[in-house]
Every structure is written in C-alpha cells, then in structure tokens.
Design a protein. Structure first.
Length: 159
C-alpha cells in the first residue's frame, strides 16, 4: 500500500457537494481515505477573475501504481463534468496528485511531487493540517517548513 496525497478543488456549482462526491469516487476506485483536511475557501490562483475555490487534501492508501491512479482520477473528473479547455479555468472538480509515497516521478503524463505545491498556500495549508511533518522528497523540507517559507499571499480560510 502506498500513501497517496490528493488535492481536490471546485469552484462551479455546489462545490462542497462536488468535493464529497469526488471523495466517494476516490474511495470506490483508488483506495481508502485515511485522513482528510478541513475544507478551505481559497482565492483563485493563476487566473484571478473567477469564483473562489473550495479545496481539501486527502490521504488515501492505495494499491494502484501512480499512473493507474492518475487514469482513474482523470476519469472521475470527466464523469463529474470536468472539461479541460484552458489552464486555470473554473472547474466542477479538480484532483491533483501531490505525493505518491516518497517516490519521485517525472513522465510525460505525471510529475510527482506536484511541481507547484510548495508555491501554493491553498495546497500547503490543508496539507499541513494532516501531514505537517511530511518530508518533501525533492526539496527535503517538511510541509510546515514549506508553508512558513511560501511567498503566496492568497487568502485561504478554513470553512
């Protein structure tokens, strides 16, 4: 079993319900959620002229390989109505792989750890809530240390 850290996000429709539905699909297809952060209301990152997001980090224990988990996650997004037309667009659901154990993966389809997680408060705050001492396998800093050194000033509030 591998520890898979996921970030879920939504800013279209009933975002809280979308996060719950995504979590249910993840439990059915990927593995068992053993920890969940609180839900956080966050300013959009990248493209600012859109609704705020709700975000949550999940720790899932899975038997799937990282690439197989990605395939399932993309299918969940598609089934929930996600259309991938533009970068940083509004979305019904977004599910990002943050970590897959302590593995470092760099393929055409998947980069793990997520290459921007250390730059994003909306990722680091919920991640620190459930795994503050977790060591980033590339940057060799804990999540708490990454959060303290993060320059992102976007508003992120626990719901």
């Amino acid at each position: 079993m591998e520890n898979l850290f996921l970030l879920t996000g939504s800013n279209i429709g009933n975002s809280a319900q979308h996060l719950q539905q995504a979590k249910q699909f993840i439990n059915e297809r990927i593995g068992i959620t053993v920890k969940s952060s609180s839900v956080y209301k966050t300013e959009p990152w990248g493209k600012k002229d859109q609704q705020d997001f709700l975000n949550q980090v999940l720790l899932v224990q899975t038997k799937l390989l990282a690439e197989d988990a990605l395939i399932q996650l993309l299918q969940i997004e598609k089934e929930m109505g996600r259309n991938r037309l533009q970068k940083w667009e509004p979305r019904i659901i977004d599910i990002d792989i943050l970590f897959y154990g302590d593995r470092i993966i760099n393929t055409e389809k998947l980069i793990v750890p997520h290459p921007l997680l250390h730059e994003r408060r909306f990722t680091l705050l919920p991640l620190a809530e459930i795994a503050a001492g977790y060591m980033h396998p590339v940057l060799h800093k804990t999540i708490e240390e990454l959060l303290q050194s993060c320059n992102d000033t976007s508003a992120v509030t626990q719901c």
